[in-house]
Design a protein around this ligand. Structure first.
Ligand SMILES: [Zn+2]
Length: 494
């Protein structure tokens, strides 16, 4: 009872109390010894990608449950932590898992189906018809398993996706142990899982409710683009995202044709048109942003929009070169993406880093453009910023989720190594990733994927490819290009 307690304890009592507390704490610390954590990765070159770009070598990362609890020198970690599981990363880089800010995971099943075509031809003559005949829940689930296998094997731990039957994608992503920002594609014409944009919006709302609060899946609203949706649908997409406080994923200004369409229909650039609808807000990711001018960049910067740069897709489809150095100079968060595998043709983010660095050196005629450290940031912390997830992922720092990869640096191709950041961008391939950890869970260890039956995933993909071949007319690259050349060579009539 307060009334019976003395107002102020006698000074002697306070001293005794403090002494007792201090000795009790000291005793507890001594008897506790090193803290036991679920996983200790030690002896590696730890590239943190934190605010000061700290590199600790030999360093250690202590992980408890799904969270990073310490990043320090291997010596300090040996004294302070004991791992229930330990990984010796000697000769390897330990770094944040890669973040692919734009893809369409199940399109791995169309890998190489039609190459060497302009975007609109490629989409309208091959991809959209192929999708109309083959996309189903089973197709999407199998495609996601194949994509997840490839992503885990090449060090991607988080990806942003827009496709159809997104709930199947989310389930397969969770089962594989990957992190995803996923949105059901909303588009004006009838598609495999919806007749109208209103159907897609209803599906999206159900999807958001199903995965709300999931530790790995962030549901998003994903309008395809300003040229494949009318004004009303675009506004409804924005309103749905606002209602549930979820991210928005959209393609933006991918080709010059899109700018022509926007200018003819709306007398504005695609970026300015969407701005006039109140579309741009923080938590929105614009994929490509190839054809943006200084005014567009200012609009996106002011609104706090993230950008996904997809150098390989943009080069392969000859869409153009996004003004990445200008966007970065304006303060935009620019992440990296592979785009769907049908326009890349793989999901290797190391290759995306290298191509981003090369592309901007070429177009600016300045070898200092997009240096290795910036390319690496785009695939990690800047990707996290572009997805507004920088408080959880993108760097190795205490308190962040434990998304970590271990990259082998001991092969002939990686030797000698003066600068690990240079090697990660200019030498490393996805195949060099040895171990992949997502949310504290080891999903690949020493190249063995633990969350998927690799052989079964590949067999399933090959089986589906037979159905794709049967459903789609001879691909353009075979029918229209190779055959006439062969006939010409062999003197056959054309
Ligand atoms: Zn795309």
């Amino acid at each position: 009872m307060t009334s019976s307690m003395p107002r102020r304890p006698a000074p002697g009592n306070v001293v005794a109390l403090v002494v007792a507390l201090v000795s009790a704490l000291a005793a507890a610390t001594l008897t506790q010894g090193p803290r036991t954590v679920s996983l200790l990765i030690t002896n590696g070159i730890v590239i943190t990608m934190d605010g000061s770009r700290r590199i600790v070598s030999p360093g250690a990362v202590a992980i408890d449950g799904g969270e990073i609890v310490a990043v320090e020198s291997a010596g300090a970690a040996a004294a302070g932590y004991r791992g229930r599981d330990t990984i010796d990363a000697r000769g390897a880089v330990v770094m944040p898992g890669l973040i692919n800010t734009h893809t369409h995971a199940p399109m791995v099943l169309y890998r190489g189906l039609a190459d060497d075509l302009a975007l609109m031809d490629w989409l309208q003559k091959y991809i959209f018809p192929a999708e109309a005949k083959t996309v189903s829940p089973a197709f999407v689930a199998a495609g996601t398993r194949l994509a997840a296998l490839e992503m885990i094997q090449s060090g991607t731990t988080t990806y942003a996706d827009m496709y159809y039957f997104e709930e199947e994608i989310a389930r397969a992503t969770k089962a594989a142990g990957l992190r995803g920002v996923l949105g059901e594609t909303i588009i004006q014409f009838p598609v495999a899982d919806a007749k109208t944009p209103a159907d897609s919006l209803a599906r999206t709302e159900r999807f958001i409710k199903e995965f709300a609060g999931d530790p790995l899946i962030t549901p998003a609203v994903a309008p395809h683009s300003m040229y494949t949706l009318d004004e009303d649908s675009l506004k409804r997409c924005r309103a749905l995202a606002d209602q549930y406080h979820v991210p928005v994923l959209i393609h933006l200004a991918e080709t010059q044709d899109e700018v022509t369409i926007a200018e003819e229909k709306h007398h504005a650039t695609p970026t300015a048109y969407l701005d006039s609808l109140g579309f741009w807000k923080p938590g929105t990711l614009a994929a490509h942003a190839v054809w943006v001018d200084a005014r567009d960049i200012a609009i996106l910067t002011r609104a706090g929009v993230g950008v996904s740069h997809n150098p390989e897709s943009n080069m392969k489809l000859a869409s153009g070169a996004a003004p990445v150095p200008a966007m970065q100079a304006a303060g935009l968060a620019v992440g990296l993406g592979t785009d769907g595998a049908a326009s890349n043709n793989d999901l290797d983010m190391f290759e995306a880093m290298r191509q981003a660095a090369f592309l901007h050196k070429l177009v600016t005629k300045d070898p200092r453009a997009v240096p290795a450290t910036d390319a690496l940031a785009m695939a990690t912390i800047d990707g996290a910023r572009a997805l507004a997830m920088q408080d959880r992922i993108g760097s190795l720092e205490p308190g962040k989720r434990a998304d970590v990869i271990i990259v082998d640096m001991s092969t002939a191709r990686q030797t000698p190594m003066y600068d690990p950041v240079s090697h990660l961008v200019y030498v490393t391939r996805g195949d060099d990733v040895r171990t992949t950890i997502v949310d504290g869970r080891v999903v690949m260890r020493d190249r063995k994927v633990l969350t998927l039956d690799s052989e079964a995933v590949l067999a399933e993909a090959r089986r589906i490819a037979e159905q794709v071949k049967a459903a789609v007319a001879p691909p353009a690259n075979v029918a229209h290009q190779r055959e006439p050349r062969r006939r010409h060579r062999e003197g056959l009539p054309r």
